[in-house]
Design a protein. Structure first.
Length: 278
């Protein structure tokens, strides 16, 4: 089974234009993120999925310089873009990782993808987001190629096309879904924001990189980040005003109430409930 990680990236972000090319210790954000994702041992290939717009030529050039495959597709239809990536790589399953997660811990990727691999073909969709427990910015969603094709054919609501996976995880009575919770038992999804959407986020992420990045030989972990933020409340407060800002909250009225129909696995909670809409 070939599992391909797909990092969706574009220059034209509406909230923080060009955010994936902002510098982090002298390298673009996207390059730093690719460095971290590449440390995951459960991915067979990594692909950058950008738009076909000329404004994203810089994304293509960066991917080429790093030796990473890049596919170019629909500017707004991410389901279509992920399918392009699946076709290009002949993937059996894909891992959706947004480019606004430059602090993502490769161990979180491995835990989520590893659960999917170990459980295959029991589950069609595995994530660590429904409900979320990890600090926001460690988003991992894994789904089979067959499920992607089904969603690509049938999903019709705009946010289902734009955000790729709602059609999959919002139908637990139809699809076999599961969620991997943080093994610590903690839920920091609403208190620790490590995602990049606003200037305040960039300031926090830059500060974390400057404090924790020691060398290319070691990748600082999500536990390192949490410990640093908890011991430096002034840094954690930098983007506190943005806590809870997400596309899911914006579309909560359009989403059906998530239900606890998913199978249960020891050490993991596939529970799908309204907590995911926080």
């Amino acid at each position: 089974m070939k599992i391909v990680g797909v990092i969706q990236a574009r220059v034209g972000s509406t909230r923080l234009p060009g955010k994936v090319l902002l510098p982090l210790l002298g390298r673009p954000v996207l390059e730093r993120m690719l460095e971290r994702v590449a440390r995951a041992t459960t991915l067979d290939e990594i692909v950058v999925a950008t738009t076909r717009l000329a404004t994203d030529d810089s994304i293509r050039m960066l991917a080429r310089s790093l030796g990473v495959r890049c596919v170019s597709g629909h500017p707004a239809d991410l389901l279509d873009r992920h399918r392009d990536a699946a076709v290009a790589t002949r993937a059996d399953a894909l891992v959706k990782i947004p480019s606004d997660c430059p602090l993502i811990d490769p161990a979180v990727i491995d835990q989520t993808v590893g659960f999917f691999r170990d459980g295959h073909p029991r589950f069609q969709f595995v994530s660590n987001l429904q409900p979320p427990t990890w600090p926001d910015g460690n988003d991992v969603e894994v789904f089979t190629r067959d499920l992607l094709e089904e969603a690509w054919r049938e999903a019709s609501r705009p946010f289902e096309r734009e955000h790729t996976t709602p059609f999959m995880w919002d139908q637990p009575e139809r699809f076999r879904v599961a969620c991997v919770k943080w093994a610590t038992g903690r839920d920091l999804s609403a208190s620790h924001r490590l995602t990049l959407d606003y200037v305040e986020d960039y300031t926090l992420i830059s500060t974390v990189f400057q404090a924790l990045h020691r060398s290319e030989a070691r990748c600082f972990t999500v536990e390192d980040i949490v410990a640093f933020l908890d011991s430096h409340p002034e840094v954690k407060a930098l983007n506190a005003g943005r806590l809870g800002s997400s596309w899911m909250n914006e579309h909560v009225r359009d989403l059906r109430t998530l239900r606890d129909h998913a199978p249960h696995a020891e050490g993991h909670s596939p529970s799908l409930d309204a907590g995911a809409l926080r």
